[in-house]
Write a new protein. Structure first.
Length: 550
């Protein structure tokens, strides 16, 4: 049996599902294979970041995410305690998802949607187009890049039957142990072991009634030995993820040990049901390359990060949105020979930054292991150290704030030095974490501004290149339009009269790519419009020179 498809996606987690869905949304035929059955017993992520929610807005699935199953009226506070019936050192207050407002820089906000809820949403999205075939219980045996395509052998897990899939391109979204990455011989660099950790999903109805703390989404537990565990609401009702944070020594946690640790965290014996246990390793790794030939990697296959900050899956969605339109461009005939090469050049530095920031968040969270507080603060018979407890809690609260407020990581990434971005000579903006200053400088995310009630300027971007012309008498840009049509680009021209938008974008002509990043801007059309179009689509000498330098 031989199946033919344009793109074979290996791996059916959120990154693989999103890639399949985005490709189908762009009219590209693809097949996704996943060795599991699609069910999630251990949700590894629980926060869909603000940029990822902008992608969901683009795909029209925001209502699906909001209705996926998480209790959106449950508070999102983060608190650090000795145990749930002990002392609270401090907390960061956050409204429930249903009450949280969008920041001024985006029409969306982050959303609590753990993987057991988010994956079904993405499956539904991928299935919404006939261009996508999802094959669960199907595992990759091997593949061969012939130079003109990729031949993959696939085994059906339940029957053992082997079939063949012929694809133009293959993308490995198959996780940290990626078979695709290993088959390509791509090494990773960084720290292979930050901590050995065990996650325990347990069910307890009414856990909030068993302790005296204000309900929170996340609790961090600090004892005399330092930070030792966390507890996170998985559905905002009766399911919780308890993470026992080890060190760099591998050990296997028994169920009895897990129960004892959970009871210690709550501070009293209680009845609960363990649903699943998963030992795992926090890593700080980025692949040295994001692909070879007609085969690429994305998501955890390309970068592994501590979950502190919630950057992992969200960086993976940046990967696939970047790669998807480029695959579409090449398959549809308008993408030049350097277009796909720009994927690694643009995305790998983003992963390096995000993985590094997550590791620093982990270091801050675990700092009580190094800077241990006075043991007396854990002694309930030492009320005279209450002032010291408060001072310690205030310091920890301030230190952790960088992790909770990270809009600059999610929206402020820049594709500096990209061969398919035309620089305008302005300096690269300073990197921000807790804040984000919108800019339309080439390589940046095209910034949000409301054009009318419920209509953001970013709603214009997604399926085509968009040339924005600002002002009542915008510059003539027919040469750019003609060059785009000649090259076969999906292309639109939108005139924007909004003065606030014009001030934010700073130039009268701004070209935005299908992924929503600014490719070029100026106050007048260039003399060589064909050269501009060739560069942003990965063709021509300018793109080749930039790609070689990168």
């Amino acid at each position: 049996m031989t199946e033919k498809t344009s793109v074979l996606v290996v791996g059916g987690g959120p990154v693989g599902l999103a890639l399949a869905g985005d490709l189908g949304w762009r009219g590209v035929r693809c097949t996704m294979i996943e060795r599991g059955d699609g069910s999630i017993s251990q949700p590894k992520m629980d926060m869909v970041g603000i940029r990822s929610m902008e992608f969901c807005r683009r795909w029209g699935i925001v209502p699906w995410v909001e209705a996926a199953g998480y209790n959106r009226d449950y508070p999102q506070d983060c608190a650090w305690v000795t145990d749930l019936n002990g002392y609270e050192f401090g907390r960061e207050l956050f409204p429930a998802p249903s009450q949280e407002k969008c920041p001024p820089q985006s029409p969306q906000k982050r959303e609590r949607c753990p993987q057991n809820f988010f994956d079904p949403v993405l499956q539904r999205f991928a299935k919404s187009t006939p261009k996508v075939a999802l094959q669960f219980n199907s595992e990759l045996v091997d593949f061969t890049d012939t130079g003109r395509g990729v031949i993959a052998r696939v085994r059906h897990v339940q029957t053992g039957e082997i079939s063949q899939i012929d694809a133009d391109y293959l993308v490995g979204c198959d996780g940290g142990a990626s078979q695709v990455r290993h088959s390509l011989g791509i090494e990773m660099e960084g720290d292979a072991v930050l901590t050995y950790t065990t996650n325990v999903i347990f069910r307890c109805d009414g856990l909030e009634k068993l302790h005296n703390k204000v309900p929170a989404y996340r609790y961090i537990f600090i004892g005399p030995e330092g930070t030792w565990a966390t507890l996170v609401a998985i559905n905002g009702r009766d399911q919780w993820r308890f993470s026992l944070i080890g060190d760099d020594e591998r050990r296997t946690l028994t169920q009895d040990e897990a129960r004892a640790a959970i009871i210690r965290a709550v501070g009293k014996p209680f009845e609960f049901e363990i649903l699943s246990m998963l030992p795992w390793v926090r890593r700080q790794l980025v692949a040295k390359s994001y692909g070879r030939g007609r085969v690429f990697i994305a998501g955890d296959a390309a970068h592994l990060t501590s979950p502190t900050g919630g950057f992992g899956m969200n960086t993976g969605l940046l990967d696939i949105v970047n790669l998807s339109w480029k695959l579409a461009g090449v398959l549809q005939g308008w993408g030049g020979p350097q277009l796909l090469a720009s994927y690694e050049i643009e995305q790998r530095p983003v992963a390096v930054r995000n993985v590094g920031e997550a590791s620093e968040n982990l270091r801050r969270m675990l700092s009580p292991r190094v800077l241990k507080p006075n043991p007396a603060v854990f002694d309930q018979n030492s009320p005279d150290v209450e002032a010291e407890r408060k001072e310690y809690g205030a310091r920890y609260t301030e230190m952790m704030r960088r992790e909770w407020f990270s809009i600059g990581i999610h929206l402020g990434y820049v594709y500096e030095g990209s061969p398919v971005v035309v620089p305008d000579g302005t300096p690269k903006p300073a990197e921000e974490v807790s804040t984000y200053t919108p800019t339309a400088r080439p390589g940046s995310r095209a910034p949000h501004v409301w054009l009318s009630e419920g209509k953001s300027i970013i709603d214009l971007f997604g399926k085509s290149f968009v040339l924005l012309r600002f002002g009542a008498n915008p510059p003539v840009a027919q040469g750019i339009v003609d060059a785009a049509r000649q090259a076969g680009l999906p292309f639109e021209v939108v005139d924007v009269l909004d003065e606030k938008a014009a001030a934010l974008y700073e130039r009268r002509l701004v070209l935005v790519r299908p992924d929503g990043q600014v490719a070029w801007r100026a106050d007048a059309a260039p003399a060589d419009a064909a050269g501009l179009i060739d560069q942003v689509r990965g063709a021509g000498s300018a793109a080749l020179a930039a790609s070689t330098q990168a």
